[in-house]
Design a protein. Structure first.
Length: 317
């Protein structure tokens, strides 16, 4: 990023994918006064590491966790025993924190939590511990290849599908396409991006993505598209390509875009937008090969209460 700013005069940065890397990128954006838009699970971009030049496109992990837990428990009020696998870095810590907060009103008993580094490819030891706790839900605060392997191993181990698998924060299509339909039984996932999003902007992007790549877009694709689209629209709105002017155009902005209704919180730079909760479909429910899930919830609330947010001021330009 430093090299791009120095050699290419970059003024706008979108990404990266990792929450841990994004926190470092956000510090460069602050110091070099470059506009930065990120989509990931850490709360710190719009929390204790907030500043004037960085924005968060993904839903707050507080919002995501409450939607996932509330909607799952609405359908399964008896599922009181949850066991967590958690990626041991910024993303996992934030989502774990709010899953446990969201669980309190439902009297969920978190019977175990195992933290693991990204890239943990062998989960049999963790699954043995989880099975011994006799959970109703195995909650996987992981993603990408680790999540895919854990789902397969949970089935091979005999824990699933009797025990539900709930992923609070996933990628949608990118992951589900790599999990055979028999392993998607009793699998529930939350995500910031799923192609079954009922608005014209999303429909057009899904159609374009299908034609180019042969499958509908997942979280990675819609995040890149959604952030880029909003940045370009904000440049037009500001009638300027200077980062400070575009920051001002973003702050407090209410509009319609890929997620549907969007509001950028002027005090925290958190984008308030819809979050998806999905129930994976059985084979006889699927209407086409990529019909992985039904959307059981799509909403933007509850928003994080002010007392939970650690952003104490965005500072000046």
């Amino acid at each position: 990023m430093e090299e791009a700013i120095d050699s290419e005069q970059v003024k706008f940065v979108i990404g990266p994918w990792s929450s841990g890397v994004a926190l470092a990128v956000a510090e460069v954006a602050r110091r070099r006064k470059v506009f930065h838009y990120f989509s990931g699970g850490t709360e710190d971009i719009s929390g204790k590491r907030c500043h004037r030049y960085s924005f968060q496109w993904a839903a707050s992990p507080y919002t995501a966790a409450h939607i996932v837990v509330d909607e799952y428990m609405k359908r399964h009020p008896e599922a009181k025993r949850w066991y967590l696998f958690v990626w041991d870095y910024a993303f996992g810590w934030s989502v774990e924190k709010y899953i446990k907060i969201a669980g309190k009103p439902h009297h969920i008993d978190f019977v175990g939590t195992d933290r693991m580094p990204v890239g943990t490819r062998e989960s049999s030891g963790f699954l043995t511990k989880a099975a011994a706790s006799q959970p109703d839900v195995l909650c996987l605060v992981t993603a990408v290849q680790d999540f895919i392997i854990q789902v397969r191993e949970a089935h091979n181990f005999g824990l699933a599908p009797k025990t539900a698998i709930v992923q609070p924060w996933g990628l949608g299509v990118e992951e589900l396409a790599h999990i055979d339909v028999q392993y998607r039984q009793n699998l529930w996932t939350g995500t910031n991006g799923y192609y079954a999003n009922p608005n014209p902007i999303a429909d057009k992007f899904t159609e374009t993505h299908r034609k180019k790549f042969g499958l509908p877009p997942g979280y990675a694709a819609v995040a890149a598209y959604g952030m880029t689209r909003l940045v370009l629209r904000a440049i037009e709105r500001a009638q300027s390509a200077e980062p400070a002017d575009v920051v001002r155009a973003f702050e407090g902005w209410e509009t319609e875009d890929w997620p549907g209704k969007v509001r950028v919180n002027a005090e925290t730079h958190q984008t308030e937008r819809n979050y998806f909760f999905l129930r994976c479909k059985a084979k006889d429910e699927m209407q086409h090969p990529h019909d992985y899930s039904e959307v059981v919830a799509l909403r933007s609330t509850p928003l994080m209460p002010a007392e939970f947010n650690e952003c104490k001021g965005l500072g000046s330009f």
